[in-house]
Design a protein around this ligand. Structure first.
Ligand code: 8YV
Length: 330
């Protein structure tokens, strides 16, 4: 008998078909967002789950489903998983690194440029029919080329953003991270390690790409925003909750910083109402990895992980991107 798996959110039908070659699949083509009791119910009897960032796998879900063996996230971020709780119960967790790095870095750069050059703000003005004449300081923003790019969180995506800044736009790149990069990677990215305070004080354009953890909650709040230049921009493509959105909305309204670009929000898909009121912020609905090719690559990698973790396919027993590989050891 084939093992059963749950595909918890809607995904490419071709990927669901691949899973059906190995598993009894309960999928979710209507793309309902299950609350916890419903998720627990749907997981009954399932050996594996294909999840996205909105599907929370915690101790309660695991304890209600002791038969579960693997949870495969279609995302590089995995703060929706309680990984220690999974490890303690022998449940494998996987994510989708690498396949989205360049696409996400492209988007981070686009959002930063849109904020610095006031693209959304000026488009809204034009659409409102307010453009009647050109004038010398109309929507003047700040330069990207030659400016100082600050990267908070220098993992794969942070490094890809740094390379774009240094090699494509002649930016000076500084970064802050839990640890310094190896010298060869620092020189590839032409990036210099600084402490967090210096990063905040010296960045013309700050891009946040660090993973979310409870320790990272409100890593950027009012005190941190107060250290930034009044001409600076802040871009967050990491996770909601790293930035205190209420404090950011106040800083934008008071022109404590010039502009922001946000793709992620505390409590998304809800957006702090004050952010909707300030004009100098570009707001996008968590789409940094959203190109057709990349979303397909993410879905395929999540499926590869699920198939291999449950002992099928060419990588049987060796899922490509495990988060807690200790679970696999005999
Ligand atoms: C996903 C992301 O779109 O990979 C991540 O961590 O944030 C995005 O690429 C989202 O998490 C859906 O799973």
């Amino acid at each position: 008998m084939k093992p059963s798996v749950l595909v918890a959110r809607a995904v490419f039908p071709e990927v669901v078909e691949r899973l059906r070659q190995h598993f009894e699949v309960e999928d979710n083509p209507a793309d309902e967002v299950f609350d916890k009791p419903e998720l627990i119910r749907r997981l009954q009897g399932k050996a594996g789950a294909f999840t996205t960032g909105s599907v929370v796998i915690d101790a309660e879900v695991l304890d209600a489903n002791p038969q579960l063996k693997v949870v495969a996230n279609m995302a590089v971020g995995y703060n929706n998983f309680d990984v220690p709780a999974c490890t303690a119960r022998g449940v494998l967790c996987t994510n989708t690194p690498d396949v989205l790095t360049e696409t996400t870095a492209d988007f981070g750069f686009a959002l930063m440029m849109a904020a610095a050059r006031r693209i959304s703000e000026s488009e809204h003005y034009l659409r409102r029919g307010e453009w009647h004449k050109w004038f010398y300081d109309q929507f003047t923003g700040s330069d990207i080329h030659g400016a100082t790019l600050g990267v908070l969180g220098m993992g794969r995506i942070g490094q890809a953003i740094a390379r774009r800044g240094a090699l494509g736009f002649g930016m000076r790149v500084i970064y802050h991270n839990r640890s310094c990069l190896a010298p060869d990677i620092e020189s590839q990215c032409r990036a210099t390690y600084v402490d967090k305070e210096r990063l905040l004080r010296e960045s013309d354009h700050l891009v946040i790409v660090m993973p979310y953890s409870p320790a990272a909650h409100h890593a950027i709040g009012a005190p941190e925003l107060a250290l930034m230049k009044p001409t600076a921009t802040l871009t967050n493509i990491a996770r909601g909750g790293i930035v205190d959105d209420a404090a950011l909305a106040r800083a934008l309204a008071d022109k404590r910083i010039a502009a922001a670009g946000l793709d992620v929000y505390e409590g998304e898909p809800a957006v702090h109402p004050d952010l909707l009121k300030v004009p100098n912020v570009v707001l996008t609905p968590h789409i940094a990895s959203a190109t057709v090719a990349t979303r397909r690559a993410m879905a395929d990698l999540a499926a590869d992980n699920l198939i291999a973790a449950l002992g099928f396919g060419p990588n049987a027993g060796k899922p490509p991107t495990p988060l807690n590989p200790e679970v696999l050891r005999p």
